[in-house]
Design a protein around this ligand. Structure first.
Ligand code: NAD
Length: 339
């Protein structure tokens, strides 16, 4: 049983904690918070040992009647690995200032720059490259979504070139200070966006160019992909491949799932914790091939799709499993992920 700590028990951190806690080869030994808010209180109520990442704030936790098990320094000694889920940019600083000095293995999230971490991870495209690694970045929610569907398509028909338009949610549901509220924002207004290069950190050499927009929604990202194929295949071949691909769901607009809102309603109906959807939802009707170019649309639940990948990354880095397919299957089974 390997010991895992979570630094930053926020949107991603609390989900990764729950995903680790339901595996049988790893356990959570502690999570960290800076602020004595409801998430801190709930972490303790769930049975996680809570450590404060800002020792000078101990009094604030006492005042809020939230029991702490110590400061983050007390947590480091107990760990086989830490998953750094602090806001983007902080992870790389923690790597240089703390983890490297203390010799602690660490996983970082998509808000960190690939170059500063040195290695990026996706369960399906480059798991083996992280076997035994000390520092690994799990790619962002959008990149994870692109990899989940492009990899099986590449395996089936060979991807010659990808062009994708990413429609991104303006904020997470709990964020009150981000937007836009009433605008469509080219983000960035230049082409390409960073998403294509980010995919190339885990799908080496892929020809992919992306552009991105921000829209006033909080619940999902939506991607529109145009993929030139090397091999001539039929739409049914693609459907069959994606239907048999782990962590991908083919959903039908005509069965009441014609929008991201309905996809999220589906996730709630199937009883997912927090209404999460760990799988990438592909609209079956959107799949079409014109002159050997495949078109499709997909939706990404940004708060949760990277969570199973974090579990697999732990297994690869701690060499608990060398076969990606076995890790993926184990993670899926323990998290009730379809496929
Ligand atoms: P978040 O703001 O929801 O959570 C961050 C947590 O870190 C909070 O608990 C916060 O209290 C804590 N924190 C803040 N400052 C800290 C500090 N100085 N030291 C320690 N902890 C501190 O952020 P998030 O959305 O969970 O993002 C975390 C990482 O995951 C980022 O790299 C982000 O880019 C990436 N990511 C986010 C999403 C998403 O949609 N939210 C999706 C994929 C990847």
């Amino acid at each position: 049983m390997k010991s895992v700590g979570i630094n930053g028990y926020g949107t991603i951190g609390k989900r990764v904690a729950d995903a680790v806690a339901c595996q049988d080869d790893m356990k959570i030994v502690g999570v960290t918070k800076r602020t004595p808010d409801f998430e801190a209180k709930m972490a303790v109520e769930k049975g996680y040992d809570l450590y404060i990442s800002a020792p000078e704030r101990e009094g604030m936790f006492k005042e809020a009647d939230i029991e702490i098990s110590g400061t983050i320094d007390d947590l480091y000694d107990q760990l086989d690995i830490i998953v750094d889920c602090t806001p983007g940019g902080l992870g790389a600083k923690n790597k240089a200032n703390i983890y490297e000095k203390k010799g602690i293995k660490a996983i970082f999230e998509g808000g960190e720059k690939h170059e500063l971490i040195g290695k990026s991870f996706n369960s399906f495209t480059n798991y083996e490259d992280s076997l035994g690694a000390d520092y690994v970045r799990v790619v962002s929610c959008n990149t994870t979504g692109l990899c989940r569907t492009l990899k099986p398509i590449d395996d089936l028909a060979g991807v010659k070139k990808v062009r994708a338009v990413m429609v991104r949610r303006g904020a997470d549901p709990g964020q009150i200070k981000s937007g836009p509220i009433n605008a469509i924002v080219p983000n960035p207004p230049t082409v390409p966006s960073h998403h294509g290069p980010d995919v190339q950190t885990v799908m080496y050499g892929l020809d992919i160019t992306t552009m991105a927009l921000l829209v006033p929604t909080t619940i999902m990202h939506q991607h529109n992909l145009m993929v030139e194929l090397n091999k001539s295949v039929q739409v049914d071949d693609i459907i069959n491949k994606l239907e048999n691909t782990s962590r991908v769901l083919l959903l039908e607009a005509e069965r009441g799932m014609g929008s991201t809102a309905q996809v999220m309603e589906y996730a709630r109906d199937i009883g997912r914790p927090r209404g999460d959807l760990f799988e990438i939802a592909v609209w079956k009707e959107s799949l079409n091939i014109v002159d050997n170019e495949l078109f499709y649309m997909q939706a990404i639940h940004q708060e949760s799709d990277v969570v199973p990948e974090n579990v697999d990354a732990i297994r690869a880095m701690l060499e608990l499993e060398s076969d990606p397919a076995k890790s993926i299957e184990k993670t899926n089974k323990n998290m009730d992920i379809i496929g």
